[in-house]
Design a protein around this ligand. Structure first.
Ligand code: NAP
Length: 247
């Protein structure tokens, strides 16, 4: 890549978001990322990207708040001298329970971050990308949004919603050289899955043809492909990275 471009990645203090930032930094992008509360971890992400030669801006912002999303985009545009070629919607949370026991707050929290946060960031990016007639929007959904999962009705709704938004927005923006895709990870080794009891993990692994969990880098590799020049003719797609879980 001759001239450095900016990528904005949400929720990148750790886990998959961090791996995406580091990979995009390796590929020649400067990085803007946000986090909610993990400022120490965010500084580690920043240092890892800088070690790859990237300029980096780390912003504390809650993506469930539309005004904070607008401000995050403003800061990203200042950093990128008015341009934003790549947005990766990665921030996400879980609040698992069986539906009969699930509280309104568990539904609201998950929809507010995973669905509405992604919506707000997509809307901000659309305005910029329509103007610049170029863009790549990549959102991290989940196999749970495709297959469902007991105990995750709220999360499944949010991740299926991300897929619906991805396909709709892809249709809106395709004629302007803007692609919109989703990546659907299976079981990936991060803090999000660290709390799953060993017995339950064993059971899940039995259902994965690969018989092992994925790594954050497995997701980052696909995001990098979609964000790069080679992804130019792919839009409205959901790419599962799941060791065969959804076969
Ligand atoms: P993680 O390790 O729990 O990290 C989540 C990240 O999101 C953190 O950086 C966190 O920031 C940030 N975040 C949470 N709420 C936020 C908010 N309101 N505003 C801004 N940032 C916020 O999760 P992960 O496993 O890397 O997951 C990343 C994405 O992949 C999520 O969308 C998740 O649903 C999806 N996914 C994960 C798996 C898996 O197996 N791990 C599978 C399928 C899909 P703080 O550190 O500041 O809290």
């Amino acid at each position: 890549m001759s001239e450095r471009k900016t990528a904005l990645v949400t929720g990148a203090s750790r886990g998959i978001g961090r791996a995406i930032c580091v990979r995009l930094a390796k590929d020649g992008f400067d990085i803007v990322f946000n986090y909610q509360s993990g400022s120490e971890a965010a500084m580690e992400t920043k240092a890892l990207c800088e070690a790859e030669g990237a300029k980096v801006l780390a912003v504390q912002a809650d993506i469930s708040d539309s005004s904070q999303c607008a401000d995050l985009m403003k800061q990203a545009l200042e950093f990128g001298e008015g341009k934003l070629p790549v947005l990766v919607n990665n921030a996400g949370i879980t609040r698992d329970n069986l539906l009969a026991r699930m509280k309104d707050e568990d539904l609201d929290a998950v929809l507010n971050v995973n669905l509405k946060g992604t919506f707000y960031m997509m809307r901000e990016a659309s305005k910029v990308m329509l103007r610049q007639k170029y863009g790549r929007i990549i959102s991290i959904s989940s196999v749970v949004g495709i297959m469902g999962n007991a105990g995750q009705v709220n999360y499944a709704a949010s991740k299926a919603g991300v897929i619906g938004m991805t396909k709709s927005l892809a249709r809106e923006l395709a004629s302007r050289q803007i692609t919109v895709n989703a990546v659907a990870p299976g079981m990936i080794e991060t803090d999000m899955t660290a709390g799953i009891p060993e017995e339950a993990k064993k059971k899940i692994l039995e259902g994965i043809p690969f018989k092992e969990m994925g790594r954050p880098e497995d997701i980052a590799n696909v995001v990098a492909f979609l964000a790069g020049d080679e992804g130019r003719y792919i839009t409205g797609q959901v790419i599962a990275v799941d060791g065969g879980m959804t076969i």
